[in-house]
Design a protein around this ligand. Structure first.
Ligand code: SF4
Length: 278
């Protein structure tokens, strides 16, 4: 059936720009997203967002500021999604971090509003423990919590993700969401150190429901890493651990023919809500 109110992507509503369907590599992560802030204070050296937004890096790194009239504009979009009975997860965020080091009160308000209009929520963050404030808003049968991990080593992380929380803090937070019955996933992108990435899977798969695995772009490592070898190695570790995963398009040329690699899976833990299986 065709829905004339939807864009050709089949999920975003025409005329909406605050809740939107991300394109390209971001689209592999989530069908819908929203970005409440401009800028981010985590100061990741590999961050591509200033390039995408044509924003000076110094300004972007100064910290996140709420986008003008954000809640008002979000409500307008959310109403349109509700009118079409769309309950898809909306992910925060691609061009900022919902749990950046500054005042992120707005994040809670955004999550509350998305819920109020019948949408599901997902956050992707390097803000670790800061996300625990909103744990009560995540529903086991519907929502998801995600974190990016590039290493288990704090010194290494500090070098690349200067003002993000340490890996250990992010891992503890993932575990806390998992223990609360929330679907958890980890973005293994960028891959800055092959061995570190493999070790993350080995060490976290007991409380991570899904890994989304990419490579690295925009930094020199793109040229020096053997991505075919990396793909082989990562598939081996995934097979050993039984970890669920999605291999992003950048690495798909190295997958064995016919490899089962679904881009979208239900991001809720059905076992937490047995009624969903009926
Ligand atoms: S947390 Fe994300 S948005 Fe913020 S600086 Fe790092 S890569 Fe960029």
């Amino acid at each position: 059936m065709k829905y004339p109110e939807l864009n050709p992507d089949g999920v975003s509503v025409k005329g909406c720009s605050i809740i939107y369907a991300p394109a390209g590599q971001a689209g592999e992560y989530s069908a819908l997203a929203t970005n409440p802030y401009r800028g981010c204070g985590h100061k990741c050296a590999y961050c591509y967002v200033p390039i995408v937004l044509h924003m000076p890096r110094e300004e972007f790194d100064t910290g996140a500021i709420p986008r003008k009239d954000f809640l008002k504009r979000l409500e307008k979009d959310a109403r349109k999604y509700q009118a079409l009975n769309i309950t898809e997860q909306v992910m925060l965020s691609f061009t900022t971090d919902p749990y950046h080091p500054g005042d992120h009160t707005l994040t809670r308000q955004v999550l509350q509003m998305l819920r109020a209009f019948g949408l599901s929520i997902c956050t992707l963050t390097k803000g670790g423990h800061r996300a625990l404030r909103d744990l009560d808003l995540f529903r086991p049968g519907r929502d998801a919590f995600a974190s990016t991990l590039t290493s288990l080593d704090e010194t290494f992380s500090k070098k690349w993700e200067r003002d993000a929380t340490p890996p250990d803090d992010r891992i503890k937070t993932l575990r806390a969401f998992h223990d609360a019955g929330i679907f958890t996933w980890v973005s293994l992108e960028p891959v800055l150190d092959v061995e570190a990435t493999l070790e993350i899977i080995r060490r976290t798969n007991q409380f991570v429901d899904l890994y989304k695995i990419g490579r690295v772009n925009y930094v020199g490592l793109t040229k020096t890493t053997n991505w075919k070898q990396f793909t082989n190695d990562v598939l081996e570790v995934l097979a050993e651990t039984g970890a669920r995963h999605y291999i992003k398009r950048d690495l798909q040329p190295y997958l064995p023919a016919g490899y089962h690699n679904p881009m979208r899976v239900d991001q809720f833990r059905a076992e937490a809500f047995p009624i969903l299986r009926d």
